[in-house]
Design a protein around this ligand. Structure first.
Ligand code: SF4
Ligand code: SF4
Length: 126
């Protein structure tokens, strides 16, 4: 059970009406429900409730195939904050174990504010 990937209130807002489908470029290109905002929200829910494991290939494919253009947001009657959900999804993907070593090192540095400040001081002194 994955449980805490998404803010539950944000994830529950979608009423699956499909108004967002015509606005989505990846759905227009493929005609595939999984490549639509509604389809991706269904995948997010499956990840959240453990129906799909975090390493399911469709999850990885769809989280990266989404352009993040947020054209689906203004047309949504339920006020789904898709951009925020996508961010939470990608953060979860990046927390997985398959990140390149360099990316992991950079993210570790970015999480340590004191280290960034120290690097800034060293840079200024140089
Ligand atoms: S328009 Fe909004 S509520 Fe309707 S399916 Fe799309 S995201 Fe869900
Ligand atoms: S952010 Fe853009 S590409 Fe992604 S689901 Fe929304 S409309 Fe489609």
């Amino acid at each position: 059970m994955t449980g805490d990937v998404f803010h539950p209130e944000q994830l529950s807002r979608c009423i699956s009406c499909g108004f967002c489908l015509p606005a989505c470029p990846t759905y227009a290109m493929t005609g595939d429900e999984a490549s639509s905002p509604r389809g991706r929200i269904t995948l997010m829910r499956a990840l959240q409730d453990g129906t799909l494991p975090p390493d399911d290939p469709t999850l990885a494919e769809q989280s990266s195939f989404c352009l993040g253009c947020r054209a689906c947001e203004p047309v949504c009657p339920a006020g789904v904050e898709y951009g925020s959900l996508l961010e939470q999804w990608r953060v979860h993907q990046w927390r997985g174990r398959r990140r390149p070593l360099l990316a992991r090192a950079l993210m570790l540095v970015a999480e340590q504010r004191w280290l960034l400040r120290l690097l800034g001081l060293v840079r200024r002194a140089a």
